[in-house]
Write a protein that binds this ligand. Sequence first.
Ligand code: AMP
Length: 421
Amino acid sequence: MPTATEPLPGTSDLWEPEVCDWVMLENTARDIFGRYGFSELRVPVFERTDVFVKSMGDETDVVQKEMYTFEDRGGRSLTLRPEGTAGVIRAIANRGLSQGEEQRVFYMGPMFRGERPAAGRKRQFHQIGVEAVGSLDPVTDAECIAMFVHYLDAIGIEGSRVQINTRGVAEDRKEVADALCNYFRPVLDAMCEDCQRRLDTNIWRILDCKNEACQEKVAGAPRITDLISAESRAYFDAVCSCLDQIGVDYEVAPTLVRGLDYYVHTVFEVKHSGLGAQDALAGGGRYRIVPPGGKKVLEGVGFATGMERLLMARESLGHKAGEPAGADVFLVSLGQDAVIPGLALAQSIRRAFEQLRVRADFTARSMKAQMRTANKLNARVTIIRGGDELAKGTIVCKNMATSEQMEIPESDVNAWLRANL
Ligand code: AMP
């Protein structure tokens, strides 16, 4: 049982130095995605439940079992966002997108799914995602995948594998579903309960069932790429050919379907062996979504990557967590009378040097105890002042690397810091 102060199962408190890595992931995403013309969009973390159900499909696992849905005081059904795309599409529809216009956005932040917590599977997890909405071209699908590979390089994740497949379009669905149904119905008894249900509710999901007995049957199933129309096949070939030409490695994964109803054409996932059982670093694809209350379908392509998983992959490759916050300058104040002048001096140094991290000790503890804290924070310089120095208007500055120290007038502090840092 968690104690009263522990975060709920599947959620975490994030402290430094871990937070430094999160900020690095976010800033690198801003940098790389910005260079491909994506701009940041921040949407609410809760929406009307319909926003998710209508776009993701009510037979999907997320909608069926995992959403945090609640009623507000007005009796409206609201849901904490389980993914980013539905809310982004709502926002773009709300602003309006004219024919032929492309809107490229990225987002980052918490998502919520009531899953059984495990390594790499949280109830509040964090995604960075992108959407290129209004783009109808297979080249954009390839560019999105290439951009994610670029991002992984930039954050030091090697050894990932891009897997792609196609879902065809709505008009292909019946033919594919019928063929899968004919194949699976006679062997259904040997498959798991979920798959037995999926035969009627969402037959596509049988293809990516993780159960071993089911996987055996799935291995012999007809391939989506052989069942879709010639146009859909041509679209898929165009994406693959573009990836070949721009030098992005990928494998075709015939059983990759991804859970949600809104996908058309390209679906892809990026896997990493350092992740264990939950081995997906990112997933995405092309989609057609009718925004809430709207009639006009919005089409786009995008992906989302889990920040927790990116950090796990980095760790598996030996990257250490970021540097602790630390301090550049640490002020030791000896005796109660020196405490407030210590705070005033810290303030004036912070204002004079924007980039310096300045900490001051207000405890009036012994010199030894305060110096221990300075060491723990890896302070580069300590400034020491007690009653004598206060009376003389001086301070003692110590360079922690060389242990050299000297007494100087307080008014010379900025010049001394400039010369010593
Ligand atoms: P999905 O839309 O479910 O494919 O999610 C996209 C990415 O988000 C996955 O590839 C994971 O990296 C991450 N992700 C999804 N669900 C979770 C979860 N419960 N905990 C941590 N990361 C997750």
